[in-house]
Each structure stands twice: as structure tokens, then as C-alpha cells.
Design a protein around this ligand. Structure first.
Ligand code: AMP
Length: 228
């Protein structure tokens, strides 16, 4: 990877980091600021579970236990989504890849359309603090804005600052026991991707323990540099 990108090919960014590192929050920021499309395999899988599809049925119990859904299912879901026309604007992958097999499949999918990864951004955080971060988080079910009991409470209880809806939701897998399993899965199966993308010259590290706005600025600057 030589750091230069053909202006004809849409940007492809990966957000790497353990659960709770802020991948979803940062991906939404990049979506708004740069017109890129957030592709969250967690969101796609939750939609599959809600729809009762075969893939959703196979994924449900694994997700509730905090494990990783099989590579075959996740790769198929991602491949379908990546082929949708809106992805031609460029994508931010949030929560994919999570295994070396998925990373290799992604390289192959992108190569088929003459694309490559512009950057794999590692959000570096303190694991122990992630449990507290995750256990307090919730989301507006109407617009997707993220909140936290301690760090970002809405101005009016149970009411979204962004859209005014009163539809706050908490993820079923955001409880302390499941978070520990999700962190284990990250260390065992996903952390080898740090070496994978380092070897490709694509890894960029961002300290993700500070203020959300500062982290956003660091990631935005990095995104600007790879989109040039
Ligand atoms: P997330 O919303 O990214 O935290 O993902 C929630 C859950 O969905 C994870 O704990 C996994 O069970 C599953 N999941 C999401 N993305 C993947 C992936 N790339 N590979 C395997 N499982 C995934």
C-alpha cells in the first residue's frame, strides 16, 4: 500500500477496536462529515435477527452470548450490502472484519472492483473501562443518536436531544457478563488484525480514551489525509 489512491475509487476505511471503543459513534460522524456510508455488521446482523431470516436465526444465540457469528454468514451479509449503489460514495466499516478470514475475504471483494483499504483506524482504549462504558449506553431508536448514563445523558430524561423522540433502546448484549465475552472474542480473534493491517502499511492508531470531539478531530484529519 503506497498511501495514494486513485480518485476514481471510493474510499474504504475500517474502524478497529474492542466493543465500546466508539466505532459506531465515530462512523456516524464520518458518514455525516464526509458523505461516506457506515457499514456496521452488528447493525446488519441485528436487522437479520429482527427479520427472522435464516441468517438471523443462526446469529441470534451467538450474539446474545457475546461470541462471533460465523465468518460465512457475516461475509455474505457484508458482500450483499457492499454491492448496494450507495456504497459507491465510499464506506466506513464498523465491526468488520473481526477475523483474519474476514479480512482476507474483504481484500478479495475489494480487489474484484479495483478497490483497496485506505486505512484501518485502531481506536485504542483501556479495556477495563470499556465495561463501564458499554453497560451505561443507550440509543435513540428513532434517529440512532447514542447516549450514556454517565458521560452523555440527554438534556431531558428519556428524550432524544437530536430528534425529540422518546424511544430510547438498550442493546440486549450490553450487559457486564456479555461484554466480558465480547472483549475475550476481540482479543482472541480480532486483535491479530492489528498485525495484519500493520503489515499492509494501512494501520493508523488513535487514542480513543479522551473527549469524543477530540477523537473525532483526530479521525477526521486522518480521513482527510487518506481521501486526498
Ligand atoms: P457490534 O454491534 O459490532 O458490537 O456487534 C454485535 C455482535 O454482532 C457481536 O458481539 C457479534 O456477535 C456480532 N458481530 C458483529 N460483527 C461481526 C463480525 N464481523 N463477525 C462476527 N460477528 C459479528
Amino acid at each position: 500500500m503506497d498511501g495514494s489512491r486513485s480518485p476514481q475509487t471510493p474510499p474504504v476505511l475500517i474502524l478497529l477496536g474492542p466493543p465500546g471503543a466508539g466505532k459506531g459513534t465515530q462512523a456516524r460522524m464520518l458518514e455525516e462529515r464526509f458523505g461516506l456510508v457506515q457499514l456496521s455488521t452488528g447493525d446488519l446482523l441485528r436487522a437479520a435477527v429482527a427479520s427472522g431470516s435464516e441468517a438471523g436465526k443462526a446469529a441470534k444465540a451467538v450474539m446474545e452470548a457475546g461470541g462471533l457469528v460465523s465468518d460465512d454468514i457475516v461475509i455474505a451479509i457484508l458482500r450483499d450490502r457492499l454491492a448496494a449503489p450507495d456504497c459507491a460514495k465510499g464506506v466506513i466499516l464498523d465491526g468488520f472484519p473481526r477475523t483474519t478470514t474476514q479480512a482476507e475475504a474483504l481484500d478479495q471483494m475489494l480487489a474484484e472492483t479495483g478497490q483497496q483499504i485506505d486505512a484501518a483506524v485502531l481506536l485504542e482504549v483501556d479495556d477495563v473501562k470499556m465495561v463501564v462504558r458499554i453497560a451505561g449506553r443507550f440509543t435513540c431508536g428513532a434517529c440512532g443518536e447514542g447516549y450514556h448514563d454517565t458521560f452523555k445523558a440527554p438534556k431531558v430524561a428519556d428524550t432524544c436531544d437530536n430528534c425529540g423522540a422518546q424511544q430510547m433502546t438498550r442493546r440486549a448484549d450490553d450487559n457486564a457478563a456479555t461484554v466480558m465475552s465480547r472483549l475475550d472474542a476481540y482479543h482472541e480473534q480480532t486483535s491479530p488484525l492489528v498485525a495484519y493491517y500493520t503489515d499492509k502499511g494501512a494501520l493508523r492508531r488513535v487514542d480513543a480514551m479522551g473527549e469524543i470531539a477530540e477523537i473525532q478531530n483526530a479521525i477526521a484529519a486522518l480521513t482527510e489525509s487518506v481521501m486526498r
